[in-house]
Design a protein around this ligand. Structure first.
Ligand code: G6P
Length: 556
């Protein structure tokens, strides 16, 4: 999603910012821009990659601000890209501004008639009119990260969004992505919320701490996509998680009434948490406003007022999850409150990581937009929260699937796809359909196997592929029934199974190593990732950066 990268310094300023923006590209964007200043400002903007930005014509540049945009208000276009410039003052902004229509009216009445479709333009014009970032920020109630540059000065601020300053060469870097900033410097300062900072050497408020970078799994660059690279890392990551001791948060979360909250794949991981008996309730983060938390309060008569929550978020920056934290923190009905908020995140320094009792996902950076290794790492951590026995051979079993991935590559998947599963495999069916939608752009569906006969069977004919998630667990017999129903409608069956009867029914089988019922979800997750990957590859899709999606969704 949107990203900010600025450089207050003279050494190759424009190229330094362009390189920085390219490093945040993995978060996904549709347009970008850079303003530089040598006393006069010049701004260049383009669609797509920062590689498309023209070199500015001014020389002796002293500083600059850059941005990658993911459209929310206003279409994808060069005029809508940041920086927005008024009176030689440029502004870049992450977040959305709910009251922008009101500001727009005011600004127009002041003679700013060049305001376009975006909320940021109103903010930029207002800041220019007031001549002060701190003054204009008083009018913004939403979360934000912002950088504002006049001809000779740079100011930055943030509120409940990420923005960091780092000491770098002759000056300072400002970046909304800590992992990117750490590639340049480990002398980092995190901004306080709502405070406006002037970036210059004489500002005594800029105090840097040496940041200890956590050890990350080394990237293996032999694959042509990050997604495949990340799929292949899974045995090592799961082994690493299983071999670590349970942290105090793993232990304390697993005791008492709990609810799990997440978005996208992280929400689906949460759904499996219910089968691991670590959660009584699982809520989709974007739905939290419409839920009455009171309904979760009474399930334990001995602790009627206590509720623990676990936020699952790979990035730790998902706006819906942050909103959910605000919502449940404020919940206090009849004396009851959410007492402890935990999180499971790949970034302990993220907004969610810092505001909760955070468990480190230990999956290493994930660059492909669709989650793979972080999803299975989330499942492994939920296992660590539970008291269930773990299969120490699970990493080897994942490796067997990966070693036989050419079989999955060879299976034809039609353009009409349904994933079906029962029990804990149903969330994997949802995850399989999500993976397929994200990277193939096909309208893949997912149903609990027993639901086929209540509607979806009407769709089926020989043009459909039905993926049956069928480990030999308690639900296996019911999965066989569903597979018979599918076969009778001439749809093609891809079975992920170890069961002989299911293999007989299937058109194509992907052999599933045997493990516990719940850990089978990790194995079937790997298979559905591979099915989606190879289908997307055959369709020639941009696997790591699917259209319209962002890695980290920082707006609600
Ligand atoms: C985006 C990504 C999904 C991810 C979801 C939640 O939509 O494209 O792959 O599952 O955000 O992200 P989080 O960082 O909160 O786990």
């Amino acid at each position: 999603m949107c990203g900010i990268f600025c450089y207050y310094g003279k050494e190759n300023t424009f190229e330094t910012i362009r390189e920085g923006l390219k490093k945040i590209e993995y978060r996904c964007h549709d347009s970008c821009g850079i303003s530089v200043s040598n006393g006069n400002t010049e701004t260049v903007r383009s669609l797509n990659s920062p590689d498309n930005l023209k070199l500015p014509s001014i020389s002796s540049i002293q500083m600059g601000i850059g941005h990658t945009r993911w459209a929310t208000h206003g279409e994808v276009s060069i005029p809508n890209a940041h920086p927005h410039v008024y009176n030689h003052q440029s502004l870049v902004h992450n977040g959305t501004i709910a009251n922008h229509n009101k500001i727009k009216e005011e600004i127009k009445s002041l003679g700013f008639d060049t305001i376009g479709d975006t909320d940021t333009e109103c903010f930029a014009a207002l800041t220019s009119h007031l001549g002060s970032l701190s003054e204009s920020l008083k009018r913004i109630t939403d979360r934000y990260a912002v950088a504002w540059m006049t001809r000779s000065k740079m100011f930055i601020s943030k509120d409940r969004m990420s923005l960091y300053v780092g000491q770098y060469k002759d000056g300072f870097l400002v970046c909304s992505d800590l992992s990117v900033l750490l590639e340049y410097t480990n002398k980092i300062m995190e901004l306080k919320d709502k405070k406006c900072y002037k970036i210059c050497w004489t500002n005594k408020e800029l105090v840097f701490k040496t940041h200890k970078q956590s050890k990350q799994i080394e990237e293996n660059n032999t694959e042509d996509t990050f997604m495949m690279q990340e799929i292949l890392e899974q045995p090592e990551i799961i082994e690493g998680i299983y071999n670590k001791k349970r942290t105090r948060y793993h232990q304390s979360f697993s005791f008492g009434p709990t609810c799990i909250i997440g978005s996208g794949s992280s929400y689906y991981a949460g759904l499996i948490g219910k089968f691991m008996e670590v959660a009584n309730h699982v809520i989709c983060a974007s739905e939290i406003d419409s839920y009455d938390l009171n309904q979760y309060r009474t399930f334990d008569p001995y602790e009627p007022n206590v509720l623990k929550a676990l936020i699952i978020s790979q990035s730790g920056e998902t706006a819906d999850c942050i909103r959910a934290i605000e919502s449940i923190s404020n919940y206090n009905h009849g004396g009851g409150a959410v007492e402890e908020i935990y999180s499971l995140t790949n970034n302990l320094q993220s907004t969610i990581g810092k505001s909760t009792m955070a468990i480190d996902l230990l999956a290493g950076p994930e660059k492909s937009v669709c989650s793979t290794k972080t999803f299975t790492a989330q499942l492994a951590h939920l296992m660590m929260c539970s008291y269930m026995d773990k299969d120490k051979y699970l990493p080897e079993k994942i490796q067997i699937i990966l070693d036989n991935r050419n079989i999955i590559e060879g299976i034809p998947v039609s353009n009409n796809i349904i994933f079906i599963g029962k029990g804990s495999q149903y969330p994997i069916a949802l995850e399989g359909a999500l993976k397929m939608q994200e990277i193939t752009y096909l309208p893949a569906l997912a149903f609990p196997a027993g639901e086929l006969k209540h509607g979806p069977l009407a769709l089926l004919d020989e043009s459909w592929t039905v993926v049956c998630l069928a480990p030999e667990d308690d639900n296996y017999k019911k999965m066989l029934l569903a597979a018979h129903e599918v076969k009778a409608r001439h749809a093609k069956i891809i079975a992920i199974t170890s069961g002989e009867e299911m293999k007989q029914l299937a058109d194509y089988t992907i052999e599933l190593p045997k493990t516990s019922e719940i850990e089978s979800t990790i194995l079937t997750a790997v298979v559905v990732q591979l099915l989606a990957y190879y289908k997307a590859k055959k369709l020639g899709r941009n696997i790591d950066r699917p259209r319209n999606l962002a890695k980290s969704v920082t707006v609600e």
